[in-house]
Design a protein around this ligand. Structure first.
Ligand SMILES: Nc1ncnc2c1ncn2[C@@H]1O[C@H](COP(=O)(O)OP(=O)(O)O)[C@@H](O)[C@H]1O
Ligand SMILES: [Mg+2]
Length: 246
């Protein structure tokens, strides 16, 4: 372990039964970096992301978070997950709670915030994601782009050290993609360490420090975004980019 990497993934393998889904995946993320993970459907992106917060325990290999090995003892996985925010394709908001209540829940339950403090925090976060006027709306009264921004605010309420995004804009109508990517870009610019599975290459160019390209469970490219987008990417990665850009 180098000690300097914030997140260090070392030789991670994952099997589902006999299906070998992650093959010797290794990469590291330094504090404040934004890493974009791309690759064809079924290549293992979601599984790799879920391994990072131990929603899926790796079958082999190790992951260190802030210099501490997290894969050895899964009993503390919930403590780790409290420090890592995750945003999903389908928002996964609590349908019976309005926007502000969705955001208040975890700080009250997990961090011991009073109702008043949690409410103040939630209102601040709704400003941060640019929908302060939607506090008392239920999820089904919000657009997809607004729901996803509530989901991001809900993750931020736990003051995460790392944000994981799994195709956060894939379920959105095209006109709502930008407002969600803008919030993610602002968070990255503020120094939030992030790993994002997304095919939004405009976002990757703007916000990513590194691009990781996966195929069939293996990381086949891990490059700075300058190198990746300057035409120096591997032929396979270029071919994939062509497919998603046309
Ligand atoms: N819980 C699971 N049980 C069995 N197979 C799974 C499970 N989750 C994912 N897989 C399989 O693992 C492979 C990688 O899936 P996934 O990580 O979702 O890929 P991606 O996110 O890149 O589309 C796929 O073949 C998928 O069917
Ligand atoms: Mg996926």
């Amino acid at each position: 372990m180098t000690g300097s990497a914030f997140l260090e993934v070392n030789g991670v393998n994952k099997y589902f039964g006999s299906l070998h889904v992650l093959k010797d995946c290794s990469f590291s993320v330094t504090k404040g970096q934004t890493v974009v993970l791309i690759g064809p459907s079924g290549s293992g992106k979601s599984t790799l992301l879920r391994c990072l917060n131990l929603l899926e325990p790796p079958s082999a290999g190790s992951i260190a978070f802030e210099g501490r090995e997290i894969t050895g003892d899964l009993r503390n996985a919930h403590k780790l997950r409290a420090q890592i925010g995750m945003v999903f394709q389908n928002f996964e908001l609590f349908q019976h709670l309005n926007a502000v209540e969705n955001i208040m829940l975890a700080p009250m339950k997990v961090l011991g915030y009073s109702r008043l403090d949690a409410h103040d925090l939630a209102v601040d976060l709704l400003h941060k994601v640019h929908i302060p006027d939607r506090a008392d709306h239920l999820p089904d009264e919000l657009s997809g782009g607004q729901q996803q921004r509530v989901a991001i605010a809900r993750a931020l309420a736990m003051k995460p050290k790392l944000m994981l995004y799994d195709e956060p804009t894939s379920a959105l109508d095209p006109e709502m993609i930008r407002e969600v990517l803008d919030v993610m870009t602002e968070l990255s610019a503020d120094g939030m360490t992030s790993v994002c599975v997304t095919h939004e290459m405009g976002f990757a160019r703007r916000a990513a420090d590194r691009i990781i390209f996966m195929e069939r469970g293996s990381i086949i490219e891990n490059a700075t975004s300058e190198v990746f987008f300057s035409g120096e990417a591997s032929d396979r990665a270029k071919q994939f980019l062509n497919q998603i850009l046309h």
